[in-house]
Design a protein around this ligand. Sequence first.
Ligand SMILES: [Zn+2]
Length: 66
Amino acid sequence: MQHPPTTAHSYLAKQLRLLAVMPLQRGIVHVATVAHDDWCDALHGRGYCNCDPDIRFTTTEGTNNN
Ligand SMILES: [Zn+2]
C-alpha cells in the first residue's frame, strides 16, 4: 500500500502558515503538537486531516499557542 501524499492533511497547511510568521530560532529544538478535533478523519482512519487543529509549538525557551 502506497502512503498517501501528506500535503493533503489540513494541519500541515496551517502549520506552514504559522511557521511563516513565527520563524524558528537557530540552536533550539522546536516541537509541534497538533491537537485534532474529535471528529477529524485522520483520527479515525478515514483519510486526511480535515479539521482546524490547535497547534502548539514548544521550545526549550517557552511555548507559543496557536
Ligand atoms: Zn485534523
